[in-house]
Design a protein around this ligand. Structure first.
Ligand code: SF4
Length: 239
């Protein structure tokens, strides 16, 4: 599936323009996942990522293109958690290499796979790191407790928590987790969340059994723009 590839490539270009640090996940330093949400009171918080009206954005892209996401990796652009002193803009982006969902003859299985990937987006709970994701606005705020900042939490460790969770899905091959706190880079990434959302919604509608009359379809603008979407639905060619 290559529906998200142009967004993955454009995200890469934006990151290349900034100063980003790349690290592989360290299995010995994966931050604890609490398995359920944790309430952190404002008085116990060191700062909020995406808080105080700062920009925030969150999106997830899937690809099957070889070597686009060749390995598990964490990328951090901007100050890391130990260096943040106040609320900052924030982006968290997940890029996944998976088995080809569309080549699965079982549509129900492909549909479930998309749902499972979406589910994980809202169900990772790093300790002392209270995530609030908005499914309607694609924003993500994170309240980070003073306690875990003092304990040495870093994005690389939290990234390890996300990577481990995504690997619980058998179809996931590689995971790239990107954390951005650099204001200019966050601002540049903002428009992509909406595009990703449109593609994912169209995809789930297609798997849902959407009729194939393009002339009367509300997804037409997405299919006009995203290479491979129309062919996938009408079955002329597989990505
Ligand atoms: S291919 Fe046509 S019918 Fe299918 S989702 Fe796109 S516009 Fe709608």
């Amino acid at each position: 599936m290559k529906l998200y590839d142009s967004i993955i490539n454009e995200t890469d270009l934006i990151l290349q323009a900034g100063v980003c640090r790349h690290t592989p996940p360290d299995p010995a330093r994966i931050w604890k996942d609490r398995k359920e949400s944790e309430l952190i009171m404002l008085r116990d918080a060191a700062f909020e990522l995406g808080g105080s009206g700062h920009n925030s954005v969150n999106y997830t892209c899937v690809t099957t293109t070889p070597n686009l996401i060749p390995e598990d990796e964490i990328i951090v652009c901007g100050p890391d958690l130990p260096d943040i002193r106040e609320d900052v803009p924030f982006a968290r982006i997940i890029l996944l290499e998976t088995e080809d969902l569309m080549e699965q003859t079982d549509t129900e299985k492909a549909y479930r796979a998309i749902r499972d990937i979406e589910f994980i987006r809202y169900h990772v709970f790093p300790a002392g790191y209270m995530v609030r994701v908005s499914s309607t606005s694609n924003e993500e705020q994170v309240r980070v407790s003073r306690k875990v900042v003092n304990a040495g939490i870093r994005f690389a460790y939290v990234g390890g928590t996300y990577i481990r969770k995504y690997h619980t899905l058998p179809l996931v091959k590689h995971v790239r987790v990107i954390f951005v706190t650099d204001p200019a880079t966050v601002a540049a990434l903002l428009p992509y969340a909406e595009k990703v959302d449109s593609i994912t919604k169209t995809l789930t509608h297609i798997l849902d059994g959407l009729p194939t009359d393009c002339g009367h379809c509300k997804m037409k603008s997405v299919c006009d723009e995203v290479e491979g979407m129309r062919e996938m639905h009408l079955g002329k060619k597989r990505d």
